[in-house]
Structures are given as structure tokens and as C-alpha cells.
Write a protein that binds this ligand. Structure first.
Ligand SMILES: C[S@@+](CC[C@H](N)C(=O)[O-])C[C@H]1O[C@@H](n2cnc3c(N)ncnc32)[C@H](O)[C@@H]1O
Length: 163
């Protein structure tokens, strides 16, 4: 498979998984968390799916498309090791959906990030919330859900937060 095909499949999987969980979150209270703004593509998609809803964004350095920059009061600027605990103090365990697209090609760094991310994100999630991540996360009270049809297993990870 060419790198172009692989990139397209990754983007399709991301969009299909977000669309798949969106229907399960509509109508339920609680903010949405976007971890990793990047150039703002998935943030923009979430804004379109959830108009008017609070979407809090976590990013260490904003370099997004100018149309996709969140308002200051919805942006946690800095490394997530600092900002997730700060968000926990501000928001409490209220989030109904979290989408995490962090990490790099460095396997060891990703595993380290994952060890921090699971529990730190869990502290922000409401019971019954959904977590969508580009890496496997281990939290005892989360249950892994199947990917939507057409998405290759382990390309994206969907979890439901337990009580
Ligand atoms: C792949 S990009 C996200 C792309 C985004 N989903 C989009 O659609 O444009 C990952 C982003 O996560 C951010 N990031 C990675 N590790 C981070 C960390 N530890 N704390 C805060 N931001 C981080 C990077 O700066 C980068 O902008």
C-alpha cells in the first residue's frame, strides 16, 4: 500500500470513528475534549457535529489553520502532563466524549504517553462517556468497543467509561 493510500485510510478511520460515536453522545450532557489540535481538522469536524457544545482543546503549541483555533477560554495550552490535571481541577469528571490524536512515530514515547494519558483522561470523564484514541489505553473501568465497519482493527481505539 502506498503512503498516500495509508494516509487516506488513517484519515477515513478517524472520521468514521468520530461519526460513529457522535450519535451515541448527542443529547447527553458534558463537554467534549480534543487532545492534539494539530492543524485543526478533527476539531473542526467535532465543531460541525456538535454545534454550540463546549469543546475543550489541549495543545502544547497552536499551529492550526486560522479558522480552526479555539477560543482562549476553551484552550488548555501546554503539555498534557500539566494541562490535564489543570482541566480536572476546572471541569471535574464531566466530559462525555474525548478524542485523543497525540503521539509520534516513537513507540517508546507513545507507550510512556499512554501510561500517563489513560488515568489522567479517566479523571475527566463522566460515567458512560466515550473515549476515542489513536493509541491503546489501559484503564480498568473502560470497556473497549468495536470499530465501525470498514475500519481496520487497532487503527483506532474506542472505549466506554464505566461507572
Ligand atoms: C497528529 S496532530 C493532531 C492532528 C489533529 N487531530 C488534526 O486533525 O489536525 C498531534 C498534535 O498533538 C500535539 N501534542 C503531542 N503531544 C502533546 C503533548 N504531550 N501535550 C500537548 N500537545 C501534544 C502536537 O503538538 C500536535 O499538534
Amino acid at each position: 500500500m502506498s503512503r498516500l493510500d495509508s494516509f487516506i485510510r488513517r484519515m477515513q478511520a478517524q472520521r468514521d470513528c468520530i461519526n460513529h460515536v457522535a450519535g451515541q453522545v448527542h443529547g447527553l450532557p458534558g463537554p467534549i475534549l480534543e487532545l492534539g489540535l494539530g492543524n485543526g481538522r478533527t476539531y473542526d469536524h467535532l465543531r460541525e457535529l456538535f454545534p454550540g457544545r463546549d469543546i475543550y482543546v489541549f495543545e502544547r503549541q497552536v499551529r492550526a489553520h486560522p479558522d480552526c483555533i479555539p477560543p482562549d477560554n476553551r484552550l488548555f495550552l501546554g503539555d498534557i502532563t500539566d494541562t490535564l490535571p489543570r482541566a480536572r481541577a476546572q471541569l471535574g469528571p464531566t466530559a462525555m466524549l474525548a478524542h485523543s490524536d497525540l503521539g509520534t512515530g516513537d513507540k517508546q514515547a507513545n507507550e510512556e504517553l499512554g501510561r500517563f494519558l489513560g488515568p489522567a483522561l479517566d479523571a475527566l470523564m463522566a460515567p458512560g462517556g466515550l473515549v476515542l484514541a489513536n493509541q491503546k489505553l489501559h484503564v480498568a473501568r473502560w470497556t473497549r468497543l468495536p470499530e465501525p465497519p470498514g475500519v481496520k482493527p487497532d487503527r483506532y481505539f474506542i472505549y466506554r467509561v464505566g461507572d
